[in-house]
Design a protein around this ligand. Structure first.
Ligand code: ZN
Length: 342
């Protein structure tokens, strides 16, 4: 049996490839309600969650992230399922573990922005956030998570709370901010916030969600220059640009917001995400992944761009075998091909 290296051992040897976007992908598949985005699927259709874990695993992801994103007490209340809180959190980690064992992957527990924290009412809201994180991380640790990812954090203050709770449980902490604005909501810059978390003991810091590769990379370079700890980057696979630098800003031709359920026209293809993986590697990012909108074909292309051959590479494209655009077009098809050319 192959020895299972820890997150920090893997990072010390090279890049760790992650994969996320479970909530968006399972919403597209009909298992999660857009709006509240509570991962009820964990309890209602566990096989669907396992299937997506497995698809990411086969595509080369080294980390199975338990689907507890927005599975916190406050969010569960929104869909009237507060009573299922503990069962959902425990089951999510178990599902991730079951699939991780099929491919020597790590299991990450997952907490996120709570929408409870308010830096203008810091003391009272911190208490509530601390409770939310403590119960979620506690269940993840109990069920055998290898480390904890706190993600899409919009306040330095909330990031520090996540770090405090994770460290209390003694697990490695990866904390990433969502860069929807120019700064975090409590005014801290992203570079400064990553530095602060790193100096307070976060093992991995960085960015996830909100920005596509084009607008996340410049910020990552700045973070990489200033932070000596491991850096993570999990962008969304969408064509963000300097004017609309986060996917929440993207507008359809009629000026309607594309976020969150009409983003397809902005989607990056697998080649663009492969290119992102290479560029992130070049600037020294240590944990490379993908967030909302990400799918297994992106992850496989990213794995291959990093020089890997995951199990799903067995089915990687070979367009030379295509009857019309391949190497061997039959005489009877040549005329038909003329219609494809322009
Ligand atoms: Zn995301």
């Amino acid at each position: 049996m192959t020895e299972k290296l820890s997150l920090l051992e893997r990072l010390s040897k090279g890049v760790v490839l992650g994969a996320e976007g479970y909530v968006f992908e399972l919403e597209r598949r009909g298992y999660i309600k857009a709006g509240p985005y509570v991962p009820e699927v964990v309890l209602d259709y566990p096989e669907a969650v396992k299937e997506l874990h497995r698809e990411f695993l086969l595509a080369g992801a080294e980390v199975m992230v338990a689907l507890t994103y927005y599975g916190d007490r406050e969010k569960m209340k929104v869909v009237g399922r507060e009573g299922d809180l503990e069962a959902l959190n425990r089951q999510a980690v178990r599902l991730a573990r079951e699939v991780a064992a099929e491919g020597n992957a790590l299991v990450a527990g997952n907490i996120a922005n709570t929408w409870v924290y308010d830096h203008h009412n810091k003391e009272a809201t911190s208490k509530k956030v601390r409770q939310i994180y403590t119960e979620q991380v506690g269940w993840a640790v109990d069920e055998g998570a290898d480390f904890i990812i706190a993600e899409t954090i919009d306040y330095l203050g909330e990031g520090l709370l996540a770090l405090e709770v994770i460290k209390k449980f003694g697990l490695p902490a990866m904390i990433t901010f969502g860069a929807t604005q120019d700064t975090l909501r409590d005014g801290a810059g992203f570079v400064e916030a990553c530095k602060t978390l790193a100096s307070e003991g976060a093992d991995v810091v960085g960015l996830n969600c909100s920005r596509g590769p084009a607008t996340m990379l410049p910020l990552l370079k700045a973070i990489r220059q200033e932070v000596s700890n491991y850096v993570a980057a999990q962008p969304v696979p969408y064509h963000t640009n300097p004017e609309q630098f986060a996917f929440q800003h993207l507008r359809l031709p009629g000026r309607e917001r594309g976020f969150p359920i009409a983003l397809e026209p902005f989607m990056c293809d697998r080649f663009e995400m492969a290119d992102f993986a290479k560029q992130a590697l070049e600037i020294g990012v240590n944990y490379i992944g993908i967030c909302c909108g990400g799918a297994p074909h992106h992850v496989r292309a990213m794995a291959e761009a990093l020089g890997r051959t995951p199990p799903a590479s067995r089915y990687s494209p070979d367009l030379a075998l295509h009857p019309m655009i391949g190497a061997d077009v039959k005489d009877k098809d040549r005329e038909f091909l003329d219609f494809w050319k322009d």
